[in-house]
Ligand binder design. Structure first.
Ligand code: CMP
Length: 247
């Protein structure tokens, strides 16, 4: 199977505009701290592609030699069982990177990555990425910090899938989403663009129907309120204490 899926992706208008590409790269946490000339060097070798929603960007088990940074959009990192059940390991957004694992250990892709929105991607080849990583220790330590954070989250997810009932797993998923993208106000923690019920189900190891039922029940019992695609967790501490007690 092709390891260079990006060859079939549409070039984006950002591709030609080196100043805009550099401006974007400068704001990516992974590259913060690089001096202008280095950012420019990265921008010069980076490709930019746009993919529509539901595009397989990386497929688990394929060989890989590229790193992706999300310029804008959203992707899910998933593993799939033989009978087609999907577990969502993570949802990544603007400024996040993926595809680093195969570059670091030379093994096939550890998971599939699929766009869940129209998504613009900055793509770096292995040689360009690795040469920056070895020359800039700050970039390496930022990448390690992100990998540590991802391992922590995955540990929480494994614990939660193994030890909690479905209310606990869904509560944990909502609290994690609030942690990632929530905004705080006197009403509580708002998750503005919540994932669809099927995605919440695939993060919490349950079905879409159960997610609908549990969210309705949590709303009726005053743990959360809903407004279109937004969920407001009115009292995060109460939700955590009542359902999400891991240790
Ligand atoms: P790679 O293995 O090259 O291709 C799949 C990518 O998915 C992987 O690199 C990581 O960037 C990302 N990935 C794999 N597992 C996780 C996880 N548990 N959490 C977040 N991202 C992950």
């Amino acid at each position: 199977m092709s390891q260079n899926r990006y060859e079939n992706m549409l070039p984006s208008s950002l591709e030609q505009d080196i100043d805009k590409k550099s401006a974007f790269l400068k704001n990516v946490p992974l590259f913060a701290g690089l001096v202008d000339i280095e950012v420019l060097a990265l921008a010069d070798v980076a490709m930019v592609r746009r993919v529509p929603t539901d595009t397989i960007i990386l497929l688990a088990e394929e060989e890989g030699d590229t790193l992706f940074v999300i310029a804008n959009g959203r992707v899910k990192v998933t593993v799939m069982s033989e009978d087609g059940r999907e577990v969502i390991l993570s949802i990544l957004k603007d400024g996040d990177f993926f595809g680093e694992m195969s570059l670091l250990d030379g093994k096939p892709r550890s998971a599939s990555v699929i766009s869940t929105d129209s998504t613009e991607l900055v793509i770096l080849r292995r040689v360009d990425f690795l040469s920056h990583l070895t020359r800039f220790p700050e970039m390496a330590s930022k990448m390690l910090a992100t990998l540590a954070e991802r391992l922590r989250r995955t540990n929480r997810q494994v614990e939660s899938l193994a030890l909690l009932n479905v209310y606990g797993r869904i509560a944990g998923t909502l609290l994690q989403l609030a942690d990632d993208q929530g905004t705080s106000s006197e009403k509580g923690l708002t998750i503005a663009e919540r994932p669809i019920h099927q995605e919440i189900a695939n993060m919490a190891g349950t079905t879409r129907e159960t997610v609908s039922r549990v969210l309705n029940d949590l709303e009726r019992r005053g743990y959360l309120a809903r407004d279109g695609r937004s969920i407001i967790i009115q009292d995060p501490d109460r939700l955590r204490d009542d359902f999400f007690h891991l240790t």
